[in-house]
Write a protein that binds this ligand. Structure first.
Ligand code: UTP
Length: 235
């Protein structure tokens, strides 16, 4: 049976600061997708909202305080980013679903007839990390790759603490201690969404966190090879 992979792709990855890097990254990702499809891999990519989500939420926050409504703004941004990738993969003739599923059930159904499905968020209350973990469970995947813009999970926030140490192989309980539990506020960023951590623990899904700016790391993880990053074990 063909293996289905689930990847949560951080929205910030789509927009490196330099224009040349944006072109390069999207081109390398497209090349990897073509290669994986050629080798009969099946892939669900759950894309985050990145900059448009943060900007949209900040703008709406001036007027709206209801967090569900702000989450809807974030979800719209994730679907914008999903559409960008979907169109890039369709352009080279990949067997990509022509619609952006709005739920996990819809995504699982689309996987029956497509090698690749790209989606964004689903409902308020969590981030695309949580969508990816729930999807991994429903696709029968034992693990989920979280490709983000930091190389590892650290024992504390590396943006605040110079002595933050990278973690290479930890348990889901250790990750839970780092992220805390419970819902984060709309647009708030965390290395892994605590809701996703809770779901991974509940469904026994292992997580691989890696630096998605380097496409070769993503390739290694998808090919089942060793990669530089953090492995989080749930079983
Ligand atoms: P993201 O998944 O983009 O969160 O959702 P993120 O951690 O900031 O990821 P990056 O930066 O793209 O890597 C952005 C916001 O959209 C809403 C939430 O408000 C979240 O903070 N959202 C997203 C939902 O409410 N539900 C979803 O299923 C997805």
């Amino acid at each position: 049976m063909t293996k289905t992979h689930v990847v949560a792709l951080g929205g910030s990855l789509l927009r490196p600061e330099e224009a040349e890097k944006r072109r390069q990254w999207l081109g390398q990702l497209r090349q990897l997708i073509v290669h994986l499809e050629g080798n009969e891999h099946r892939l669900c990519i759950v894309v985050g909202g990145g900059l448009p989500a943060r900007e949209g939420i900040e703008l709406a926050k001036n007027i709206i305080s209801n967090s569900n409504k702000l989450d809807q703004v974030g979800i719209a941004a994730t679907r914008l980013n999903a559409t960008i990738l979907q169109q890039i993969f369709l352009d080279v003739g990949c067997n990509v679903a022509h619609s952006i599923p709005k739920s996990i059930d819809e995504c699982v159904k689309l996987m029956d007839n497509h090698s690749i499905v790209v989606m964004g968020g689903t409902v308020p209350g969590h981030t695309t990390d949580a969508v990816a973990i729930a999807l991994a469970k429903d696709c029968g995947a034992r693990n989920c790759i979280i490709a983000t813009n930091v190389p590892y999970v650290y024992d504390k926030d590396p943006r605040k603490y110079d002595d933050a140490k990278p973690m290479f192989d930890i348990s889901i309980e250790e990750l839970e201690k780092i992220t805390g539990v419970g819902k984060i506020t709309p647009g708030q960023s965390a290395v892994v969404d605590p809701i996703a951590v809770g779901l991974a623990k509940q469904f026994s899904i292992d997580i691989a966190v890696l630096d998605g700016r380097n496409i070769s790391l993503l390739e290694s993880a998808l090919e089942g090879e060793e990669f530089d990053g953090t492995i989080i074990r749930s079983v």
